[in-house]
Design a protein around this ligand. Structure first.
Ligand code: PLP
Length: 386
């Protein structure tokens, strides 16, 4: 029997419609979009139709969409461009950001001597917006604020409109890593005033290795990857035509059925929350990830103290449940979670496990997960000193 896949914040399975659209490109469109002959023009048309469709769904001009190899590249590009092209000398971000943002900011700090400020969080894991306002007020330095819309580990969200208003009031640029929320929440960028947004296709049933950086129409930046001048000089390199088509098909599907997917996922998450609470009354949801106003695809559970805690993800895997205990590094080893540490949720005595859901998750997956949790954690009486 295959695994119940509850690690959709790490990646989602590719939708069959997406795979089919990509196969069609592989079968019939091989031209280089930069070539001027007919096969090249056919490929170029696919790239530009995709760009227009994504722009339409976000309510922005097509030229604001720069296709990338995914979220990591888009995060790096936004931060490097803010420093290199917009004269930013201070980055205000958070220790709970994805490592793409944390490390790109660190590099800017080390190489470009940029001041990097980490804004604080409330006890529930949400960003302290009063602290952000104070940081912005405290200095005239040209600033980039980079704060993720939805945290990939504990699901806390920020009010991007409020942050945008703060940034505008203090003349700061705003980047948001929207990797976990794009394709799951509607975004109208004619309304939401941000300078850069990051998107990654594989978080909403698109292919890995594709995404885009949204760049506000009034902003002029250079490419981070230089070469043949593709993407209007913003990103050199022959375009990943099939990937771009797959990204667009996935984005389209996500938007066409967004509220149906959302209510399906919220129903399953509520079932998981109830099932966990009734089996193990001592469970805690890190970042209050069971709350309605948290990212609905993510539930981060702190289990009661138990001898199996240290091996929880491994034991759940043996029981047929794919879930996560922290950010997976490239070797696949779990490194522990910088997010849980940064937000004060880390407890060496209690295992924290992230379960994350998608439109393909079923009630049977949740039942299996609850059974597995009972096997792994249910043998110890609550409050045990083990
Ligand atoms: N930002 C967030 C919040 C993520 O969850 C991820 C993926 O795990 C990334 C960035 C990186 O995206 P990609 O895997 O497309 O490079």
């Amino acid at each position: 029997m295959s695994h119940a896949y509850l690690d959709n914040a790490a990646t989602t399975p590719v939708a069959p419609e997406v795979a089919e659209a990509m196969m069609e490109v592989h079968r019939s469109v091989f031209g280089n979009p930069s070539s001027t002959h007919a096969p090249g023009r056919k490929a170029k048309a696919l790239v530009e139709t995709s760009r227009r469709r994504i722009a339409e769904l976000l309510n922005v001009p097509p030229r604001t969409i720069c296709f990338t190899s995914g979220g990591t590249e888009a995060d790096n590009h936004a931060i490097q461009a803010a420093v290199g092209c917009l004269g930013v000398t201070r980055i205000v971000t958070s220790a709970a950001e994805h490592s793409a943002v944390i490390k790109a900011s660190e590099v800017a700090g080390q190489v470009d001597r940029i001041e990097v400020v980490h804004v604080g969080h409330h006890a529930d894991g949400t960003v302290d917006l009063d602290a952000l306002a104070n940081v912005l007020k405290a200095s005239d330095a040209k600033t980039l604020v980079s704060l993720m819309h939805a945290n990939n580990e504990v699901g806390v969200m920020v009010d991007l409109a409020r942050i945008s208003a703060l940034c505008r009031a203090h003349g700061a640029y705003l980047h948001s890593d929207t990797v976990q929320s794009m394709g799951h929440y509607p975004m109208d960028l004619a309304e939401l005033d941000v300078d850069f947004l990051t998107c990654s296709a594989h978080k909403f049933h698109g292919p890995k290795g594709t995404g885009f950086l949204y760049v506000h129409p009034t902003i002029r930046i250079d490419g981070m990857i230089v070469g043949g001048g593709q993407e209007r000089m913003l990103r050199g390199g022959t375009e990943n035509v099939a990937g771009i088509v797959g990204l667009t098909r996935a984005f389209d599907l996500a938007h066409a059925h967004m509220s149906t997917h959302e209510s399906h996922i919220r129903g399953l998450k509520a079932k998981m929350v109830q099932g966990l609470k009734s089996r193990l009354p001592e469970v805690v949801f890190n970042g209050d990830s069971d709350r309605e106003d948290r990212l609905y695809t993510v539930l981060n559970v702190k289990f009661p103290k138990h001898p199996n805690g240290g091996m929880a993800v491994f034991l759940l895997d043996l029981e047929g449940i794919a879930c996560s205990g922290g950010s997976a590094c490239s070797s696949g080893a779990t490194m522990g979670s910088h997010v849980l540490r940064a937000l004060g949720f880390h407890d060496p005595d209690r295992a924290s496990v992230r379960f994350s859901f998608s439109r393909y998750t079923t009630e049977a997956d949740i039942d299996r997960a609850l059974e597995a949790v009972t096997k792994v954690f249910g043998t110890q009486p609550a409050g045990s000193k083990a």
